[in-house]
Design a protein around this ligand. Structure first.
Ligand code: DAT
Ligand code: MG
Length: 138
C-alpha cells in the first residue's frame, strides 16, 4: 500500500494551552512521519476554504472566529493509513465524550463553547487530505 498523507492541525486552543508538544509526542510515538510543519495565523479566506463543507451550519461563524483567535500548527503527516490512524488518535468530535486515551478525550472538555475547542483537526478522506494540504501548505 502506498504511503498516505494527511493534514493535521493543532488548533488555537491546543497551541494556547501549550499542548503542541504533547500532541506531537503522541503522533511520533504512533510512528507517523512529520513531512512539514508550520505555525499559521489562519485568515478568514483560508478558513472559508478549509471549512467549506460546513458553510451555513449554526456553528460555522463561531468556528471561524475561534480558528482566528490565535495561531494553529499545521502538520503534513505521512504513513500507511495515516488518515484513519490520526482520526483514531484524535478521538470523536465532542471532547466531553471522546474516549479516554485519545487526544480530545484526554485533553479536551466543554469550556462553554460547544465542541469547537477540540484541540486538533485531521482530514477525513484522501480527497479532503489533498484539498486541505493544498490550502495550508500550497
Ligand atoms: P471533525 O473535526 O471531528 O472532523 P467536523 O468536520 O464535523 O468534525 O466539524 C468540524 C469542526 O466544527 C469540529 O472539529 C468542531 C466544530 N463542530 C462540529 N460540529 C459542531 C457542533 N455541533 N457544534 C459546535 N461545533 C461543531
Ligand atoms: Mg472534519
Amino acid at each position: 500500500m502506498p504511503t498516505e498523507e494527511t493534514l493535521v492541525l493543532v488548533k488555537p486552543d491546543g497551541v494556547a494551552r501549550g499542548l503542541t508538544g504533547a500532541i506531537l509526542a503522541r503522533i511520533e510515538a504512533k510512528g507517523y512521519a512529520l513531512v512539514d510543519i508550520r505555525l499559521v495565523e489562519a485568515d478568514r479566506e483560508l478558513l472559508e476554504q478549509h471549512y467549506a463543507e460546513h458553510a451555513g451550519k449554526p456553528f460555522y461563524e463561531p468556528l471561524l472566529e475561534f480558528m482566528q483567535s490565535g495561531p494553529s500548527v499545521a502538520i503534513r503527516l505521512a504513513g500507511n493509513r495515516v488518515i484513519e490512524g490520526f482520526r483514531s488518535l484524535a478521538g470523536t468530535t465532542d471532547p466531553t465524550t471522546a474516549a479516554p486515551g485519545t487526544i480530545r478525550g484526554d485533553f479536551g472538555r466543554d469550556w462553554g463553547l460547544a465542541v469547537q475547542q477540540n484541540l486538533v483537526h485531521g482530514s477525513d478522506s484522501p480527497e479532503s487530505a489533498a484539498r486541505e494540504l493544498q490550502i495550508w501548505f500550497g
